[in-house]
Design a protein around this ligand. Structure first.
Ligand code: AHR
Length: 502
């Protein structure tokens, strides 16, 4: 059996974990909204046609914040289309995904859904076809109590209390030529700066996220970040990052190593932020909102007509296999390791479109493989992230060298359950791994449980017919001897080791 050693010190703090690291995302895309969170006539639909089963799963995941309504969708969106009597709302040809948008769900409905799902809204504004004016009006509509045109209209529409949305995105992926009204860095930076200014004049308590690059392969990266921050450093609170990985060439070792790319990407964005900080002699550090991340295979139907100009067409409904959940686990570990600078992250997305939760029209909701690492991190990964030194066998693969077979981080938390130390670890190798970790800083601790997720078939997935094919289970393969933890992690496995500490 291969061996690995972890070294832990309670003072070696990676950062305080902002609970919003476990955010998610719902866009008007495919069946995310219509048929996902909202399905009139479904046996479990509530009085506003929200699926109660989806709400329950969102609550189970303890999703702290959900980005809405896009994504690419937001760059062509008129938010006013989605308010007022539902039957009077316009149906539009939507140009981000070439679908028909009924506008039956808009900001009021989504804010209500968020309350029912015990989460909060991260609202994106349209900096594609629109700009500062529409963004300013939307903040007024959402956050002003009363006695202005937009706040009184919200009250007339049946929402007496303001929605109090405190986190806002200044557009989406504006560096991407696929974006409706894509901009150069200069064009975007100026628009974002002026929009930010008027939005904060309406509500000084909001926090703002400026668009970073769509991914690190964009030709304009990282000059885009430098230009945008040069114009907006003082007025925005976060710069966004997005990344999606896939295993198109069926190369498991290479695929599982992609969290190293995510790590390098975060480091270089931090470096760019710090360069602008130095240039401006600024005091504050720019934080990161990693507001889109996941595995994504871009599963579009072969027949374009099956989706084009349809209402809520089923597309991008990636089915995640066991191997995908391992990379999602490693990506969560990477985010935790950067908890000092990455304060917000959104698993993209939440329901049906590239999502951990799936729904059958008129039928049940079910959990994909990636649901589980996301659940475990959200439940047990709140507190202070500790850097763990990992000494494990390494491998080389197509795009990476010196890939550690073991990815690990620890989180020290204090809450209703008491004081806990939780290790999150992915064994990326096919062999079982004997992991040891000295616990000199945590005398008298005991293992609460070792949750592990593994499967003989890396391609195994869940489905509506077989929703429990890939599931986490408890392992008894651990011991604490002479103040050291010894755990056996199966080849290819996601592991959560929870310790009660004094
Ligand atoms: O999450 C799906 C899409 O991916 C989003 O709309 C866009 O921002 C990104 O390219």
């Amino acid at each position: 059996m291969d061996k690995a050693k972890l070294t832990l010190d309670k003072d070696y703090i990676a950062g305080k974990v902002d609970p919003r690291l476990y955010g998610s995302f719902i866009e008007h895309i495919g069946r995310a909204v219509y048929g996902g969170i909202y399905e009139p006539g479904h046996p479990l639909a509530d009085d506003m046609s929200f699926r109660k089963d989806v709400i329950e799963l969102t609550k189970e995941l303890k999703v702290p914040v959900v980005r809405y309504p896009g994504g690419n969708f937001v760059s062509g969106y008129n938010w006013e289309d989605g308010i007022g009597p539902i039957e009077q709302r316009p149906k539009r040809a939507e140009l981000a995904w070439f679908a028909a948008e009924t506008n039956h769900v808009g900001v009021d409905e989504f804010a209500t859904w968020a309350k029912r799902a015990e989460t909060s809204v991260m609202m994106a504004t349209n900096l594609g076809t629109r700009g500062a004016g529409a963004a300013r009006d939307l903040v007024e509509y959402c956050n002003f109590a009363k006695d202005t045109y937009w706040s009184d209209l919200r009250i007339k529409n049946g929402y007496r209390e303001p929605h109090n949305i405190k986190l806002w995105c200044l557009g989406n992926e504006m560096d991407g030529p696929w974006q409706i009204c894509h901009k150069t860095a200069e064009e975007y930076a100026r628009a974002a700066c002026e929009t930010a200014k008027v939005m904060k004049w309406v509500d000084p308590d909001i926090e703002l996220v400026a668009c970073g690059s769509s991914n690190s392969h964009m030709a304009t990266y990282p000059q885009w970040e430098a230009t945008v921050l040069d114009h907006t450093y003082d007025i925005v609170d976060y710069i966004s990052m997005h990344v999606y990985y896939a295993n198109h060439d069926d190369n498991t070792k290479n695929f599982l190593a992609k969290s190293m790319d995510m790590d390098a990407y975060i480091r270089s964005v931090i470096a760019t932020c710090d360069y602008i900080k130095a240039k401006k002699r600024a005091k504050k550090d720019m934080m990161i909102s990693f507001d889109e991340w996941n595995v994504w295979y871009h599963s579009f139907p072969e027949n374009e007509k099956a989706v084009k100009w349809r209402e809520a067409p089923a597309f991008n409904e990636d089915i995640y296999n066991f191997q995908d959940s391992l990379l999602v686990g490693s990506m969560l570990i990477t985010l935790l390791r950067h908890a000092d600078r990455v304060k917000i992250a959104c698993l993209a997305q939440l329901v049906n479109a590239i999502a951990p939760i799936m729904t059958v029209p008129g039928g049940p909701a079910w959990k994909q493989t990636i649901y589980y690492p996301y659940l475990h991190a959200s439940l047990y990964g709140r507190g202070v992230a500790l850097q763990v030194l990992v000494d494990a066998p390494k491998y080389d693969c197509k795009d990476f060298t010196d890939v550690s077979v073991l990815d690990a981080v620890a989180v020290l938390s204090e809450g209703e359950r008491g004081r806990e130390l939780t290790f999150f670890a992915v064994n990326k190798g096919e062999d079982d791994l004997e992991i040891t970790c000295g616990l000199r800083d945590f005398p008298g601790c005991r293992v609460i449980e070792h949750i592990t997720m593994t499967h003989d078939d890396l391609k195994a997935a869940n489905s509506p017919e077989n929703p429990n094919n890939v599931l986490p289970a408890r392992s008894n393969d651990y011991e604490i001897n002479d103040g050291a933890l010894l755990v056996r992690a199966r080849g290819y496995s996601w592991n959560v080791i929870r310790l009660a500490v004094k």
